[in-house]
Design a protein around this ligand. Structure first.
Ligand code: PHE
Length: 351
């Protein structure tokens, strides 16, 4: 084989080996490539030595060819060496992905408040301004607090398995079906005067477009001497106007809850049609908000309060429905799916 042919073969081999080194993307691979071609025992070095055996006439041409190959390989390796520096940098960045010296992306998405949280924070603010304090209570509770002490007798349909999630426990326990259990806990732990609200999760066996097995209520109650229905009406009218707007009307309809007497439900004028009737209010002109009434003497008896001295009112309503109304959400279940896109549409601050 002539030296020229040999040079051609070495050039081809080099090209294959160079491609391998590039795909390795490591500085050591470049060094190994240099040694195997340009090192003391390298292929190009051997080629130069072979020149000695070439006849005098052929030597200039062969020398030129071998030199061209050598220059080509040296040039390629220099180029690879400078590339190797960026490979090293990339490897470091991959190993330590957090570069605290990089400027912060100002556009970065921050979390937003859940629509129910927005409503809850607003309600708390309104009630605090009316002198209420916020309390908390258990979500898993004894039957006594959720039902018996609230004058809900054993045969009451609200105790039916359909509505209530019971918990397997030595004593009769359940997931609270309303926040009214907090009335009992608070009245037992404290003495009048009481002016309290309690937001929290409640649970019922129900699941469709407008019902979810877990939802959020807020309970409120006031106990003192000489508390009347007028105080109840004033409180509810004030908070509804604060939340829905001061120009909307509010109304009370007689209703029944075992733990209040008299009992009522309260509505706010539909903000979409201003009471004229539309799809949102199902053509009634009103949006139903919650239940209320004067605390039943049997409830006071259950907690050991003297009902001839004290009177009080209580109210309770769902916060999810208010969030739906406020943000015009078609499906209640959207509130519980945790969809990032959906939740991202709400503000970071509630006011
Ligand atoms: N607890 C009742 C419910 O969940 C609401 C209510 C609370 C009614 C307080 C009257 C007084 O439907």
């Amino acid at each position: 084989m002539s030296l020229l042919e040999k040079s051609e073969i070495i050039k081809k081999e080099f090209e294959t080996d160079r491609a391998k080194a590039v795909s390795d993307a490591k500085p050591e691979a470049v060094e190994a490539l240099r040694v195997s071609y340009l090192g003391r025992k390298g292929k190009v070095t051997a080629l130069m030595e072979d020149l000695r055996n070439v006849s005098k006439e052929d030597r200039p041409a062969a020398g030129k060819a071998v030199n061209l190959i050598r220059q080509f390989i040296e040039g390629s390796i220099d180029e690879l060496k400078s590339q190797a520096r960026s490979w090293e940098l990339a490897a470091i960045i991959n190993r330590e992905p957090l570069d605290v010296t990089l400027p912060v992306d100002e556009q970065k998405q921050v979390g937003s408040l859940h629509p129910v949280s927005i409503v809850r924070q607003q309600l708390i603010k309104v009630f605090r301004s009316l002198g209420f304090t916020v309390v908390d209570g258990p979500e898993i509770d004894f039957d006594f607090f959720n039902f018996s002490a609230l004058n809900i007798p054993d045969h009451h349909p609200a105790r039916d398995m359909q509505d209530t999630f019971y918990v397997d426990a030595p004593e009769k326990m359940l997931l609270r079906t309303h926040t009214s259990n907090i009335q009992i806990h608070t009245m037992l732990n404290e003495r009048p005067p009481l002016r309290v609200i309690a937001p929290g999760r409640v649970f019922r066996c129900d699941n469709d477009m407008t019902h979810t097995p877990m939802f959020h209520q807020i309970e409120g109650f006031v106990v003192d001497e000489n508390i009347t229905f007028a105080h109840l009406k004033g409180t509810i009218d004030t908070f509804l106007k604060a939340i829905f707007g001061s120009t909307l009307k509010t109304r009370f309809r007689p209703s029944f809850f075992p733990f209040v007497e008299p009992g009522a439900e309260f509505d706010v004028e539909c903000g979409v049609c201003k009471g004229k009737g539309c799809r949102t209010c199902k053509d009634t002109g009103w949006i139903e908000i919650g239940g209320c009434g004067m605390i039943h003497p049997n409830v006071f008896e259950a907690v050991g309060y003297d009902s001839s001295r004290y009177s009080g009112f209580a109210f309770g309503f769902g916060m999810d429905r208010i969030a739906m109304n406020r943000f015009a959400l078609p499906d209640l279940r959207q509130l519980f799916e945790g969809d990032y896109e959906f939740l991202g549409h709400f503000p970071v601050h509630s006011n």
